[in-house]
Write a protein that binds this ligand. Structure first.
Ligand code: ASP
Length: 321
């Protein structure tokens, strides 16, 4: 059995290619790193890699991670500026015995010293989004923090090895130096080839409070199905934060066990994710919660074409509702 699952529609093109590679016997590490790099390179995905949205100062600070489920080795970078593929840097760091999580100037220095390419990651389109948001925020005092999405990708290969990788520009207009869950092991990602893997997207400040990815893997280890593990972790964290903190941000997760069974859970209106495995061609699903359970159906052609149009639409004037 081989399989892949990833957060958001943006993972589709990467999964189409990587699932072919998995079918032909590629490792899960190769599959997830190449598929995430594909998302990073695509300029119209505005929350990952090249074209990602900037922080308050107008700088694109990128976070990424990789974890090898056989050895439990992981590598991660945070607040990395102007390096082409943060996920490849994270993967390279997972091979180091120490210094697995590097941030800021140190991460950039290390990446350059290892031969990773420098690249200006701020695009004209992301600059237009930034200027528009600055105007909206000044005029009406809007919260700048929406506009995010992390690609989190899990792979299971024919040899039974699993890997997970994440990549994000984090929250739009975040403070310089802010880290979310995506480069934080146990929160944004976790992977153990003997059990399964999980990865998260949403408001990192809240996802980290539940160490959600580790918790999902732990529940799968204790015998829960991937779907129940995902739903129960998201529901319980949401209830706990509402009761004790008074509010909760977006929380969405996907997971897969070592048999290729998968799960997804969300507390938002529509969460898209992509799955492929030996018996399923790459498919985009739309998930929503009904009666405490996440339900999902394949996205139809209309949704797919609206999506393609939306991500390329002109940026337009500030919006005030
Ligand atoms: N979890 C990411 C962060 O907080 C953002 C996202 O997934 O939407 O940086």
């Amino acid at each position: 059995m081989w399989g892949m699952i990833a957060t958001w529609r943006m993972a589709l093109e990467g999964i189409v290619q990587a699932s072919d590679a998995l079918r032909q016997g590629a490792t899960s590490a190769r599959a997830v790193v190449d598929a995430v790099a594909e998302v990073e390179d695509f300029p119209f995905y505005k929350s990952v890699g090249y074209g990602g949205l900037p922080n308050e100062q107008g700088e694109v600070e990128l976070d990424a991670a990789f974890m090898d489920g056989d050895t439990l080795a992981f590598g991660a970078v945070g607040n990395l500026i102007d390096i082409a593929n943060p996920v490849r840097v994270a993967h390279a760091l997972s091979r180091q015995r120490f210094n697995s999580l590097l941030v800021g100037a140190g991460a950039r220095e290390w990446a350059l010293s290892e031969g990773f390419a420098a690249k200006t990651m701020l695009t004209e389109r992301a600059t237009q989004h930034y200027r528009k948001r600055c105007r909206e925020t000044i005029d009406r005092g809007l919260s700048p923090y929406d506009g995010h999405d992390t690609v989190g990708m899990i792979g299971l290969d024919k040899h039974g090895s699993m890997s997970v990788a994440t990549s994000t520009s984090g929250l739009f207009m975040k403070r310089r130096g802010r880290l979310g869950d995506s480069p934080v092991i146990g929160s944004g990602f976790y992977c153990d080839s003997q059990i399964g893997a999980a990865t998260a997207t949403g408001v990192g400040e809240d996802l980290m409070k539940g160490c959600v990815s580790y918790e999902i893997v732990r529940r799968m280890e204790n015998g829960m199905s991937p779907q129940r593990a995902a739903d129960s972790v998201v529901l319980e964290l949401e209830d706990k934060l509402m009761a004790r903190f008074g509010r909760v941000g977006d929380l969405s997760v996907v997971c897969m066990n070592r048999d290729g069974e998968f799960g997804a859970a969300t507390n938002i209106k529509t969460f898209s994710f992509v799955v492929a495995h030996e018996h399923l061609p790459p498919t985009v699903y739309l998930a929503e919660r009904r009666d405490g359970q996440t339900c999902y159906t394949p996205a139809d052609e209309q949704w797919m074409s609206d999506y393609a149009a939306r991500i390329r639409a002109p940026i337009g004037e500030p919006h005030y509702d």
